[in-house]
Design a protein around this ligand. Structure first.
Ligand SMILES: [Zn+2]
Length: 124
C-alpha cells in the first residue's frame, strides 16, 4: 500500500466510501499524471491521453476534478487553464467552461473547422 501523507489521504477520501480505496488511488495517480503532463504547457485532450497513456474520454472525466482540486484561477498555487475552442470559419469562441470536450460543430455557421480545446496547469 502506498504511503500517503495525512493531507493527501484526507483529500482523496473526502466524500467517498473507504471500501473503494484502490479505485481512488488509481484515479489519483491518473489525475497526478495529467497534472504533471500539463505543467507549464497547453495540451489538447488527445495529447494528454497520449502523454499519460489513458483514454481521451477518461482525460475529459478527470479534468473537471483536476480543475476543482487545483482551485480556481486567482487563488494561490497552480491552476488549470482552459483555452476555449474557436471556430476557424467565423471566429466564434466556445466560452462555456463546463464543456471540456471539443464541440463538433459551430452553432453560428455550422462549420466543423473548430480548434481543439486546450488545457494547461500554471503556477500563478
Ligand atoms: Zn463558425
Amino acid at each position: 500500500m502506498p504511503v500517503l501523507s495525512p493531507k493527501t489521504v484526507h483529500h482523496v477520501t473526502s466524500g467517498r466510501s473507504s471500501s473503494c480505496y484502490t479505485l481512488f488511488v488509481n484515479e489519483l495517480t491518473g489525475r497526478q499524471k495529467i497534472i504533471e503532463a500539463l505543467k507549464g504547457q497547453m495540451l489538447t485532450a488527445r495529447e494528454i491521453s497520449q502523454a499519460v497513456g489513458i483514454k481521451e474520454k477518461e482525460v475529459l472525466e478527470h479534468l473537471p476534478h483536476i480543475a476543482r482540486s487545483l482551485g480556481a484561477h486567482g487563488t494561490q498555487g497552480p491552476s488549470l487553464l482552459v483555452e476555449p475552442s474557436t471556430c476557424l470559419a467565423c471566429g466564434f469562441v466556445f466560452r462555456k467552461r463546463e464543456r471540456l470536450k471539443t464541440p463538433s460543430k459551430c452553432p453560428v455557421c455550422r462549420s466543423e473547422e473548430i480548434t481543439e480545446t486546450r488545457f494547461g496547469v500554471f503556477e500563478q
